[in-house]
Every structure is written in structure tokens, then in C-alpha cells.
Design a protein around this ligand. Structure first.
Ligand SMILES: Nc1nc2c(c(=O)[nH]1)N[C@H]1C(S)=C(S)[C@@H](COP(=O)(O)OP(=O)(O)OC[C@H]3O[C@@H](n4cnc5c(N)ncnc54)[C@H](O)[C@@H]3O)O[C@H]1N2
Ligand code: MOO
Length: 479
């Protein structure tokens, strides 16, 4: 049998949509736990919730007043009222004692408060202000009769009775699986008889930034150094997206240091975990070191190398042996990296992207430029976190806006432009931050000013080379 032909190095070029599918395939929803209603808010419900109770649970008064038989009121007017005998007093809470349930017969009335069960026989509640009582005072009923109707009312137009189960019937599904729980959801759960809900536990996300040039936030950078802003950005963004986060900044640019840092976060203590040694992150996110530099350590650890030294754009020509390249299989990462890929995604910024498993834990390696890291978070990491949280369809909603300015866009790559609404006209957006050197917004993946001024991200299709004022743009809004 002939030797198999040597495998030609394949170029992994992916569209954003394809890369997102690859990312989502790497992660699965986090395990489900029953959480108390206070802690469940923000989580994603893992199962439909059917009400254990009718709501209202009984025919209840909607007014403070008198429960009567409507037949007794027929023909009664403020000019010719009827007088009924008081036979019961029904406060809210059904504090009725052990005696027989009250009953309202012909010619009788029961004093009743809002939310209290309407006594048998009565089918109408007349508000107190439409009766001879006028208003209730604290304590028991005064007098043995009530005369009604009085005032502006004739016979009651509304029964003022909330019917049993008119809102929710026992067994009705009141909360759907996949819902992100808000205060409103947990209040409905409480009304439906639940004290806990099955919720996917919060994803545990470890954030690492690589780069020997990085100093921790607040330290004065030495020559050639700069503050580590990416790990701060990604950790905060992951937290905002619903994750529990462990952050390690400024990991040195050697394979041994990155491997050690990745192992370190695998053993990290998690704030949501009562010290169980088994807790591991659900996702590791790194930034930096995925392109073609001599110290691009994430890429090296992912086992990649530019396969052609003269490749015009190294990250367009990537083929990652999987598992690690033979030469590295005895290094610090021996056997640790699986499913590794470094890909050139047809997007700007954010082109070089890595993904793999580190000792089985999903690992997304994002580019180091701050805007690239941010855009990569929004496009890939947030959906991954959503999937871990149990969100059924982790997708961004795009809305249409008009371009308030023109700019150039690279051919063959979708362009992600941090934009802001003009304020004058909410339907128009312009690039955010400073981009006045002729490079346009597309060349600004290092520009921090855009990050704070942006309130949306425009997604310019790959075949568009120039955006002109008035063009219709698809944008997703930033929270
Ligand atoms: N020869 C090539 N060079 C580059 C290519 C390419 O295809 N061929 N791609 C470029 C693109 S596109 C991007 S994006 C960057 C991605 O580079 P890395 O992921 O390797 O990132 P670094 O080189 O580590 O850093 C880039 C830049 O960002 C700064 N940085 C890094 N980490 C942080 C941080 N935690 N906080 C703040 N700033 C950070 C870093 O100092 C660099 O200035 O590669 C291009 N090069
Ligand atoms: O793709 Mo890089 O992210 O253009 O700056």
C-alpha cells in the first residue's frame, strides 16, 4: 500500500459566523442547581415552571366594602337604597376562625376587605364609599346594618370580585425554560408556590492577559511598558455577562509561564464555591500573543507556526497540528492542549483568534490589541458565556442605523466599528473616539478613546470597501 500523501498545510480562514459556531461547539451549559429566589436572579432557568397554585387562589374582593347578593340590589338607587343586615366580617387573610364559613343570604351583607375571600352567596362587592358607612375605621363593624347604594353610584356596574384562577390556573406554565430571571420572574415564581428555581450555575471564567510589557493597573509603566487594561476589561465584561471571574494579569511571554498560569487558574478558588477542590473554570480567556510575533506565546502554546516564512500575512496562513506539534510534545504543555486551532477570522479588528482545550477546559485566545480584545469579547466570548449560562440562542440582535460619516472598510473582512449615536438624530451613528490620522476607524484597534465613547458596534459586510454617509448599517447596541 502506498504511503499516504503528505498532508498539505491547510489555511484556516473562517468567517465570523463560522468561528462563532466553533466557539459555541467548545462549551456546554453549566450544571443546574436549585437556587433560592434571591440568588436565582440573573440566572437562566433550566426547566419550565408550572404553577403549584391557582391565582387568585379563591374568589377575592377587589375592594374594601360589603359583599352582597346582586339580586338584593336590583332596582336600588341612591334615591331608593336598600338596607341589609350585617352577618359577617371578612378581613384579608381569611382570618375567619374555626367556625363555619360565612354565608350571605337574601337581605344580608358581609363587611369585606380587599383580597379577602368572598363569602358564599355573595356575588358583588359594593365599595365602602358607596354605602352609608362612607369609610371604615379601625376595629370591628359599627352597627348592625348597611344601607346602599349611596353617593354617585346606582346599582354596581362591576362586581369587584377577582375570580379564582382567572390569572393563573394550577399547572399553567408561568416561566419558560431558557428565561433569564429578573425580579419580575422570581416574584411570579413565589406567587406560583416556589421558594427555589432550577438555574444553571454561574459560569466560572478565568481571564489571563499575556505580555511581558504589561504592568498592573495603577503602577507607573517603565520604558516600553503599558498598563494591563485587557484583563480588567475582559474580567469586568465577563462579570457583567453573568460569570464569576478569576483574573491573572501580565503573564510573561514564555510558554512555561503561560502554561503555569493556565494550570494556576485551573486550581483557583472560586468565589461561588465552598472550597471544593473539584471546581475548575468553565472557560479560560487569554489575550495577547496570538499573531505572528517572536514572543506570541499563546499561539506558540496552541502549537501553531506560520507555515510559510514569506506569507504576506502570517495569520492568514495557519495550520495548527492537533494535538501539539511533535517538537513541543515534551514541553511544559505536553498533552495539555487539545482541539487547538489558531485561525484568521475574516474580521477587522480581531482577525487572529485561537481556540483549544487546556486540560479539557475550553480556552479562547483573543488578540492583544485592546479594541480587538473588546470586539472579540462581544462577538465570541459573550455568546460562549451565554451558552454556559444556559441561554438557548446566544445571538446578538442587530438594528439598523444610518452612517453619519463615511469611512473605508477592508475588502474580504467584516469590519467592526465602534460607533456612537450622534444625539441629534438617534438613527445616525458615527465612529467613536479619535481617528484623525487618516487611518479611519478600521486601523484603530489600539485606540482606547473609542471604547468609552462608543454606544454601539457597526458590522460592515466583507464586500463593502467604503461606507458613505447615509448608508444603512447593521449595528448591535452596547449596554
Ligand atoms: N506580522 C503580523 N503581525 C501582526 C498580525 C499579522 O497578521 N501579521 N496581526 C495583527 C493583528 S490584526 C493583531 S489584532 C495583533 C494581535 O496581536 P497579539 O494577539 O499577538 O497581541 P500582542 O502582540 O500581544 O499585543 C498587541 C498590542 O496590544 C497590546 N496589549 C497586549 N495585551 C494588552 C493588555 N493586556 N492590555 C493592554 N494592551 C495590551 C500590546 O502591548 C500591543 O501593543 O497583531 C498584529 N500583528
Ligand atoms: O485584527 Mo487586528 O485585531 O486588526 O487589530
Amino acid at each position: 500500500m502506498a504511503d499516504p500523501a503528505p498532508r498539505a498545510p491547510s489555511t484556516r480562514r473562517r468567517t465570523m459566523a463560522e468561528h462563532l459556531e466553533d466557539v459555541l461547539a467548545l462549551v456546554a451549559p453549566a450544571p443546574v442547581a436549585d437556587l433560592g429566589l434571591d440568588d436565582a436572579v440573573g440566572g437562566v432557568l433550566a426547566a419550565d415552571v408550572a404553577s403549584l397554585l391557582d391565582s387568585p387562589a379563591f374568589d377575592a374582593s377587589a375592594m374594601d366594602g360589603y359583599a352582597v347578593r346582586s339580586a338584593d340590589l336590583s332596582g336600588a338607587t341612591p334615591g331608593a337604597p336598600v338596607t341589609l343586615r350585617l352577618v359577617a366580617d371578612v378581613p384579608a387573610g381569611g382570618n375567619l376562625g374555626d367556625g363555619p364559613s360565612p354565608r350571605v343570604g337574601p337581605g344580608e351583607a358581609a363587611r369585606i376587605m380587599t383580597g379577602a375571600p368572598v363569602p358564599a352567596g355573595a356575588d358583588v362587592v359594593v365599595p365602602v364609599e358607596e354605602t352609608s358607612t362612607g369609610r371604615f375605621v379601625a376595629g370591628g363593624p359599627r352597627g348592625a346594618t348597611v344601607t346602599l347604594p349611596v353617593g354617585r353610584s346606582t346599582t354596581p356596574r362591576r362586581a369587584h370580585v377577582r375570580r379564582r384562577a382567572e390569572d393563573v390556573r394550577r399547572g399553567d406554565v408561568v416561566l419558560a425554560a431558557g428565561s433569564t430571571l429578573t425580579a419580575r420572574h422570581v416574584s411570579v415564581a413565589a406567587s406560583a408556590g416556589y421558594a427555589t428555581l432550577p438555574v444553571h450555575r454561574r459560569p466560572r471564567v478565568a481571564v489571563l492577559s499575556t505580555g511581558s510589557e504589561l504592568v498592573p493597573a495603577g503602577e507607573v509603566p517603565g520604558p516600553g511598558c503599558l498598563p494591563d487594561s485587557n484583563s480588567v476589561l475582559l474580567a469586568a465584561a465577563a462579570r457583567e455577562a453573568g460569570a464569576v471571574v478569576v483574573r491573572r494579569g501580565g503573564v510573561g511571554d514564555t510558554v512555561a509561564e503561560l502554561a503555569a498560569a493556565l494550570d494556576d487558574v485551573l486550581g483557583a478558588a472560586w468565589p461561588d464555591d465552598a472550597g471544593s477542590a473539584a471546581a475548575r473554570p468553565d472557560l479560560v480567556v487569554t489575550t495577547g500573543g496570538v499573531s505572528a510575533g517572536a514572543f506570541d506565546v499563546a499561539r506558540e502554546l496552541l502549537g501553531s507556526a506560520p507555515d510559510a516564512p514569506d506569507a504576506p500575512d502570517a495569520s492568514d496562513a495557519l495550520d495548527v497540528p492537533d494535538p501539539l506539534a511533535p517538537g513541543r510534545s515534551t514541553g511544559p504543555a505536553a498533552g495539555a492542549v487539545t482541539d487547538a486551532r489558531v485561525v484568521a477570522v475574516g474580521m477587522q479588528p480581531g482577525k487572529p483568534q485561537g481556540l483549544a482545550r487546556w486540560r479539557g477546559v475550553p480556552w479562547l485566545a483573543l488578540p492583544g490589541n485592546p479594541v480587538s480584545a473588546f470586539v472579540s469579547f462581544e462577538l465570541f466570548v459573550r455568546p460562549a458565556i451565554d451558552r454556559l449560562r444556559g441561554v438557548r440562542e446566544p445571538r446578538r440582535t442587530l438594528v439598523t442605523r444610518a452612517a453619519g460619516e463615511g469611512w473605508a472598510s477592508p475588502v474580504g473582512r467584516e469590519q467592526l466599528v465602534l460607533v456612537r449615536h450622534t444625539g441629534l438624530d438617534d438613527a445616525r451613528v458615527v465612529p467613536a473616539g479619535r481617528h484623525g490620522d487618516g487611518g479611519g476607524p478600521g486601523s484603530g484597534s489600539h485606540r482606547l478613546s473609542a471604547l468609552v465613547h462608543a454606544d454601539a458596534v457597526a458590522v460592515v459586510p466583507a464586500d463593502v470597501t467604503a461606507v458613505v454617509p447615509g448608508d444603512s448599517l447593521q449595528v448591535f447596541l452596547l449596554d
